[in-house]
Write a protein that binds this ligand. Structure first.
Ligand SMILES: [Zn+2]
Length: 438
């Protein structure tokens, strides 16, 4: 690809329901990748689609007596509002499947022309036997995939792993005209057409959750192979979100929306939790891991706050090059965010030690480096306002302010100790009382 440029396509959501924790993870993983590459100086062209034509959208629309496009628009809007809260950058391009139906029809026609597709009873199907290395992404042979495929129940299919490219008119009037009559495109075609249209026939990276590696990405690759696109040079799949020991899924009944999580959790804590696990590993999300991430975030913020309040001029501080190199070394090793963030937590301890030792200038440099490197991953440290303190803590702070004005030093000191017991340190400064998490 062109020097300094990076092109990535990430399969986006099917907009028929609220985003869940798994969506949040993949969005954060690819947001971190994109931000890191940009921080390293690459110009990233990031395409992520919206699947706005799908049976699940139709099912919901029928159940709610609404039009499918109304359902799709509602959940697309909700998707982006949740992603905004998570601090996920908007993609450079967000193509919609419904805008690409003509191009999908053209691709299906090309596949039919070279005999890599055939017409079945209810649609046009892709003939997987025409791709010699089908199963490459799943690292399985065609024979084992066939054996593992669910009984299709469709006698006309040449193989159980053959997949639909175009669905003929069935129960709905939500159709597009095609050479095969009115119908709807199959899911696996849209990403081939949209990625090639916006990134070219060869691009750098194609990503998504692990559940997309087979069959979705395999089927995209199969179509691209037949029409001789070089297609994606790298495939990146992030691991599942686990709730307890089970893979999170709606059918298991452990479905949790991102909005549920963000009602009680700082969105940055979910980003930190995602960072602390390697993108290919499963991520365990439960009240304990979320609470640990939240506490770790509070520790980062409080160190940052300590430095800010110590009066060190952070604007003039340079970066600690050795620390930057350690960070880059970890990140360049297959995006090893757990090691990179562990190194930044070590740096945080060093900032505190330097402050304790009164080495303010060195503390400033270390703090600026920590803050800068976290922000390259989209995690921004903040100085909490006193209004963000829990109510019972805020009440104590106010009572102490009164005690101090009344020169009731015994009471004032007792309240200070009560705050310490709750994990808050209180300092008297020329600007008044300052409270920080320990
Ligand atoms: Zn896709």
């Amino acid at each position: 690809m062109a020097p300094g440029q990076f092109s990535m396509y990430v399969c986006g959501p099917t907009v028929y329901d609220l985003a869940h924790l798994g969506h949040g993870r993949y969005a954060l993983v690819f947001d971190v990748l994109r931000r890191y590459l940009e921080w390293r100086g690459l110009k990233v062209r990031h395409v992520s689609n919206i699947t706005d034509v799908d049976d699940k959208i139709l099912d919901r629309a029928e159940a709610e007596h609404r039009s499918p496009s109304e359902v799709a628009e509602e959940f697309e809007e909700k998707w982006f509002s949740t992603m905004d809260r998570l601090g996920v950058l908007r993609p450079s391009y967000t193509p919609h499947a419904t805008e690409y139906v003509d191009k999908m029809i053209s691709l299906v026609e090309s596949l039919l022309k070279v005999d890599a597709a055939y017409i079945g009873e209810d649609g046009v199907y892709f003939d997987t036997s025409k791709v010699s290395d089908y199963g490459l992404l799943a690292r399985q042979s065609l024979d084992s995939l066939k054996a593992g495929a669910r009984v299709a129940g469709k006698d006309f299919k040449r193989s159980p792993v053959d997949f639909v490219l175009w669905k003929f008119f069935d129960r709905s009037s939500w159709t597009w005209d095609s050479p095969w009559g009115p119908g709807r495109p199959g899911w696996h075609t849209e990403c081939v057409v949209m990625s090639v249209d916006l990134l070219g026939e060869e691009f750098d990276l194609h990503g998504g959750g692990l559940d997309l590696s087979f069959p979705h990405h395999e089927n995209e690759r199969a179509q691209a192979c037949v029409v001789h696109y070089k297609f994606s040079r790298h495939w990146v799949h992030n691991g599942f979100v686990m709730v307890g020991s089970e893979k999170m899924s709606k059918s298991l009944g452990n479905f949790t929306t991102l909005d549920d999580l963000l009602r009680s959790t700082d969105p940055r804590a979910y980003r930190l939790l995602v960072l602390q696990s390697h993108y290919r590993s499963p991520l365990d999300v439960n009240p304990q891991t979320v609470a640990e991430a939240s506490r770790a975030l509070v520790r980062l913020d409080s160190t940052y706050q300590r430095v800010v309040e110590s009066g060190i001029d952070l604007a003039t501080g340079g970066l600690d090059k050795a620390e930057v190199d350690r960070f880059v070394e970890a990140m360049d090793n297959d995006l090893d965010t757990p090691t990179a963030s562990a190194r930044l937590f070590e740096l945080r301890s060093r900032v505190n030690q330097l402050l304790d030792d009164g080495k303010l200038s060195e503390a400033g440099t270390a703090c600026v480096t920590m803050e800068h490197l976290f922000s390259s991953l989209g995690l921004f440290l903040s100085v909490p306002e006193s209004s963000e303190l829990p109510t019972h803590v805020r009440d104590l702070v106010e009572q102490r302010e009164v005690a101090r004005m009344e020169k009731n030093f015994a009471l004032s000191d007792r309240i200070r100790n009560d705050l310490l017991a709750l994990g808050y340190a209180l300092e008297d400064t020329s600007l008044g009382q300052k409270v920080r998490r320990i």
